[in-house]
Design a protein around this ligand. Structure first.
Ligand code: MG
Length: 158
């Protein structure tokens, strides 16, 4: 068993689509980034890469590469899954938390789980997605940004 940790932050600005965990969240602000800025998928990808000691998403998908401009992060996660499988690694479980002041995203968590479990071929009990505010403290509390953290256990079949 190997453990990995991932952390990501994106700035929130008006007039951007807000995609979290592969689900479009209706909101007057959205996350800014080179790709679609899906903070939850990015944290999960970094946790998986970390568990496999395969670097980070910045190395695999540099923000200077036009192929990843406005890229769907679900596609990037598929590439990470391929890397894991090439290393003979399988996911044990993932636990993630999204830190966001507004809007409430708990109603969208079941859909995020459905999308991400299908993508990573996990059973629902292998993926946990939680949400918290920061009690109006810091950049998340001021609604300037969104953060996500994830840990992943990965099994090596070799
Ligand atoms: Mg990111």
């Amino acid at each position: 068993m190997r453990i990995g940790f991932g952390y990501d932050v994106h700035r929130l600005e008006p007039g951007r689509p807000f995609v979290v965990g592969g689900v479009l969240i209706p909101h007057h602000k959205g996350a800014v980034g080179h790709s679609d800025a899906d903070v939850l998928i990015h944290a999960i990808m970094d946790a998986l890469l970390g568990a496999a000691a395969l670097g980070d998403i910045g190395q695999h998908f540099p923000d200077t590469d036009p192929r990843y401009k406005d890229a769907d992060s679900k596609w990037l996660l598929e590439k990470v899954m391929l890397l894991l499988h090439q290393q003979g690694m399988m996911i044990g479980n993932i636990d993630a938390t999204v830190c966001l002041q507004q809007p409430k995203i708990s109603p969208y968590i079941p859909e995020m789980k459905r999308v991400l479990c299908e993508l990573m071929q996990l059973n629902p009990d292998q993926l946990s997605i939680k949400a918290t505010t920061t009690e109006k403290l810091g950049f998340v509390g001021r609604e300037e940004g969104v953060a996500a953290q994830a840990v992943a256990l990965v099994r090596s079949s070799r």
